[in-house]
Design a protein around this ligand. Structure first.
Ligand SMILES: Cc1cc2nc3c(=O)[nH]c(=O)nc-3n(C[C@H](O)[C@H](O)[C@H](O)COP(=O)(O)OP(=O)(O)OC[C@H]3O[C@@H](n4cnc5c(N)ncnc54)[C@H](O)[C@@H]3O)c2cc1C
Length: 400
């Protein structure tokens, strides 16, 4: 294996390069990224960097000099097509590869007909974060369209800076589809207890300029105005440039349990774009979590370097979100759950822990700022513990 090309210079791409070198891979590596910045971390973009409590440099992903990784960097360059074992970049460069790693992430979904307005934002990149931060610094009010995790974190950051925040959600409750009704309501309460106005079950018909700010027109005839807005309605896969692979890519790269894109012999998918076969459940979820990108990069690097694969990625996915000084943590696959049970109810949001079950087995646990409890449940999720085992563990933990 003499030349590995990694497309996507974000978390998954950079970690793949780092792990390849750590595994002793001594061949050529090229890293291509369409952003001008050196690889940086995205979670602080909706938290500390948006709030201005961290300098941007703190999000830099690689500790030390990138040059020490002996990698050819092609930053501010997009991969635009692929054929005959080569990736073509938008500056005309062709990179022939022996192995290709695709770690290009996802793009924010835009609303149909979403206007280009200087005070209306999406949030995926450092440049998006800078633009949103600039708007927030001048604004007294924020409109959040879509009550997902990005919207909830931006809402929290804006509220903590003193802005009035209104959230619009098409579904009957925030997070209901992901976390179930009861826990979705708790997430909504976290927002409303902190002064956010949430309007659920609304249909947005238009977003228009209003005195330099943004006004959302709703199907019931009402209007919500704010000085600036952010749209957080999910993500889309943008993999048109991979058409030459001749495999389906519209909903992500379909990979085996160690990252090889099925139907190819030397192309791997890492991070948000990759749908790996789950080692336990056999399905192929696309998991947009920080930890998954890192774990997948380690496995792909081991595979390319011909090293022993020491740990499968994504067996128990992990996600966190910081809102109003609380950290929400989720381990496992709540998308598989058929029932939800509150395991610890301290009578407040903080400390609440819920278990998600499928066919009587624990598939996920959600904790509202209860890291020690969450750690205890992690291994029960991994083991697919029964309801009886989980309830016994909950009783034992509560008695301590
Ligand atoms: C604001 C925000 C907050 C988040 N907070 C959390 C959190 O609290 N907890 C958590 O678990 N996860 C969080 N995440 C998710 C986490 O950051 C992602 O799962 C992770 O970044 C995925 O890494 P990746 O390498 O797949 O994609 P990315 O980090 O997005 O990197 C992909 C890179 O590839 C580039 N690219 C795309 N197409 C091309 C092309 N054709 N040619 C060249 N380059 C290309 C992209 O521009 C990008 O730079 C957050 C994400 C965002 C956006």
């Amino acid at each position: 294996m003499s030349h590995v090309v990694v497309v996507g210079a974000g978390l998954g791409g950079l970690r793949t390069v780092e792990f390849l070198r750590a595994e002793g891979f001594s061949g050529r590596i090229s890293l291509v990224g369409d952003e001008a910045h050196e690889p940086y971390d995205r979670p602080p973009l909706s938290k500390q960097i948006l709030a201005g409590t961290w300098p941007e440099e703190r999000a830099t992903l690689h500790r030390g000099e990138l040059a020490d990784l002996n990698v050819s960097l092609h930053l501010a360059r997009s991969a635009i097509s692929l054929d005959d074992g080569a990736v073509e970049l938008n500056d005309g460069v062709r990179l022939h590869y022996d192995a290709l790693v695709v770690a290009t992430g996802v793009r924010p979904r835009r609303l149909p007909g979403q206007p280009d307005h200087p005070e209306l934002h999406v949030l995926r990149t450092l440049d998006d974060c800078r633009a949103l931060r600039c708007s927030l610094s001048r604004a007294r009010s924020l409109l959040v369209v879509g009550a997902g995790f990005i919207g909830a974190e931006v809402a929290a950051t804006a509220r903590m800076a003193g802005l009035g925040v209104t959230m619009l959600e098409a579904l009957p409750m925030p997070f209901g589809r992901v976390l179930g009704e009861q826990m979705g309501q708790l997430c909504a309460r976290l927002q409303t207890d902190n002064g956010v106005t949430i309007r659920c079950g609304v249909r947005l018909t238009d977003l228009v300029d209003s005195d330099g700010g943004i006004a959302a027109q709703l199907a019931d005839g009402s209007q919500v105005r704010a000085d600036c807005g952010v749209v957080g309605v999910g993500t889309v896969v943008d993999a048109g440039w991979l058409a030459g692979l001749g495999v389906p890519t519209a909903s992500g790269l379909l990979c085996d349990a160690t990252g090889l894109v099925e139907g190819t012999g030397n192309v791997y998918g890492v991070g948000d774009i990759a749908a790996w076969r789950h080692p336990t459940f056999g399905d192929r979820p696309r998991i947009e979590h920080w930890t998954s990108a890192t774990e997948q990069a380690a496995v792909v690097a081991q595979r390319i370097a011909g090293a022993e694969i020491t740990r499968l990625a994504d067996a128990v996915p992990y996600f966190w979100s910081d809102q109003y000084g609380l950290t929400l943590q989720l381990v496992g696959r709540c998308d598989l759950a058929t029932s939800v049970e509150v395991l610890h109810d301290p009578g407040a949001i903080k400390g609440t822990v819920a278990g998600y079950f499928a066919d009587g087995a624990l598939v996920a646990v959600l904790a509202f700022h209860a890291p020690r409890l969450l750690n205890r449940y992690r291994r029960l999720v991994a083991a697919g513990a029964s309801e009886y085992e989980v309830r016994s563990a909950a009783a034992e933990l509560a008695s301590r």
